[in-house]
Design a binder for this molecule. Structure first.
Ligand code: ADP
Ligand code: MG
Length: 256
């Protein structure tokens, strides 16, 4: 069941990003409603990761505007203000990002990994951070692994710790960049289950994924990108089951 509301949570207008001469995002505009799940699909090199990174300003676009919740940034016009570090840090805590490679702190236990941002960025008291971290580890099914170091966790467990760590910042939006692509096939399901439960909680999410069946199941909106352009966007029943564009049809035929 979809939890999408009519409130726009993410609004991107006319986004452009180039690396040198190479234009990677060409005038991207999109909206994500609060509580909805967007699946972004497309061939390698189409700009999916760059778009996700722009949404939390890990990558700064040359042109366009990005609004997440109440915060917005405009780039490339005379009206745009320079980015302030504090604004940027605040903006980033609102967009939890989960990567293909988990990037856990190796010298910290699962629990300490989840607590870290609450202590250093949110400056929460230790007892409060610990209590919420334990709650989140329970949510991702890892209560019994709290004191284990990443080296002794499976890939699926590491990725679930990474999700709990992102959730610890109480983000309004979660961004997943191929969160299951590096996992052994038998470990994919446990991570998808966590994403499924977040969708059921009404978390606003953008998932870059090659799991087409999962996208069909959880997404309210599917975006097909190619060469820095949104070729086709709409509900899964349209984009996945009845694609109109030849490029979308050709891409999807690889998964059948
Ligand atoms: P996708 O995630 O869809 O595979 P990316 O967003 O990673 O696509 O990449 C889109 C294009 O941008 C690719 O051609 C890639 O080589 C290029 N690119 C991405 N990041 C950088 C970077 N930091 N510097 C130069 N080129 C980059
Ligand atoms: Mg990518």
């Amino acid at each position: 069941m979809s939890h999408a509301t009519n409130e726009v949570m993410i609004e991107i207008k006319n986004l452009k990003k180039a690396f040198g001469e190479h234009v990677v995002l060409k005038d991207i505009s999109l909206q994500v409603n609060k509580g909805s799940v967007v699946a972004m699909i497309g061939p390698s090199g189409s700009g999916k990761s760059t778009l996700l990174r722009c949404i939390n300003l890990l990558t700064v676009p040359e042109h366009g505007s990005i609004r997440v919740g109440a915060q917005d940034f405009t780039f490339g016009s005379k009206a745009s203000k320079p980015l302030k570090d504090r604004e940027l840090a605040k903006f980033r805590t609102n967009t939890g990002m989960v990567f293909q490679h988990f990037n856990l702190f190796p010298h910290m236990t699962a629990l300490e990994n989840v607590m870290e941002g609450m202590l250093t960025v949110l400056r929460k008291p230790k007892a409060e951070a610990r209590a919420y971290a334990l709650e989140l580890l329970q949510k991702v099914g890892l209560s019994d692994r709290a004191d284990i170091y990443p080296q002794r966790l499976s890939g699926g467990q590491k990725q679930r710790v990474a999700i709990a760590r992102a959730l610890a910042m109480r983000p309004g939006v979660m961004l997943f960049d191929e969160a299951t692509s590096a996992l052994d096939p038998e470990l994919v399901g446990e991570v998808l289950n966590v994403i499924r439960s977040l969708a059921a909680d009404g978390m606003t999410m953008i998932l870059v994924t090659h799991e087409i069946a999962f996208a069909r199941e959880v997404a309210d909106q599917v975006i097909f990108m190619r060469d820095g352009v949104v070729v086709e966007a709409g509900p899964p029943s349209q984009v996945i089951d009845n694609p109109q564009e030849a490029a979308t049809q050709s891409f999807l035929s690889r998964f059948n």
